[in-house]
Design a protein. Structure first.
Length: 131
C-alpha cells in the first residue's frame, strides 16, 4: 500500500499521461474522480489540478481546484510551459465543449488566458486538430 504522501499512480487506461475512467458513458479523468469521491462536486469551469505535477497521480492530497488560467500560470511558474504555448492538450476538449454550448470565443479565451484568435483556430481546426 502506498503512503498518504506518495503519488498514487493510475495504472489503467491513460490519455496523454492522465488516467481515464468510463463514467456515465463518458471518459473522465481519474484524478477528477478521485477529487469527486473525496471532496464532492467540482464547480463549472473549474479544473482539478496536480500539486505534484504527475498527470497519472490520483492521490486526493496532491490535488487542488483551479481554473485553466491557474493551471497555465502554474505551468509557466514551474517552467513547464512550452515556448509560447499556453494551452495543453487537456484544455482542448473543454474549449470545444464551451464552443458547442455557444459560449463566446472572447469569453473562452479569457478563461484560458489566450486570445480570441487562438480559440478561433481551435474551432476551425487550424490548431489542435489532432486532439
Amino acid at each position: 500500500m502506498k503512503s498518504p504522501d506518495e503519488c498514487w499512480e493510475w495504472k489503467g487506461c491513460k490519455s496523454t499521461g492522465y488516467g481515464i475512467i468510463r463514467y456515465d458513458r463518458k471518459g473522465v479523468y481519474a484524478h477528477r474522480m478521485s477529487w469527486l469521491f473525496t471532496h464532492g462536486s467540482v464547480p463549472d469551469n473549474v479544473c482539478v489540478l496536480h500539486k505534484c505535477d504527475n498527470p497519472s497521480c490520483c492521490n486526493p492530497d496532491h490535488l487542488f481546484l483551479g481554473t485553466h488560467a491557474d493551471n497555465n500560470a502554474d505551468m509557466r511558474k514551474k517552467g513547464r510551459a512550452v515556448g509560447y504555448r499556453k494551452l495543453s492538450p487537456s484544455d482542448i476538449p473543454e474549449i470545444r465543449r464551451c464552443l458547442k454550448q455557444g459560449e463566446l470565443q472572447v469569453s473562452i479565451g479569457k478563461k484560458f488566458d489566450v486570445s480570441q484568435q487562438a480559440i478561433s483556430h481551435i474551432l476551425t481546426g487550424r490548431r489542435w486538430a489532432h486532439i
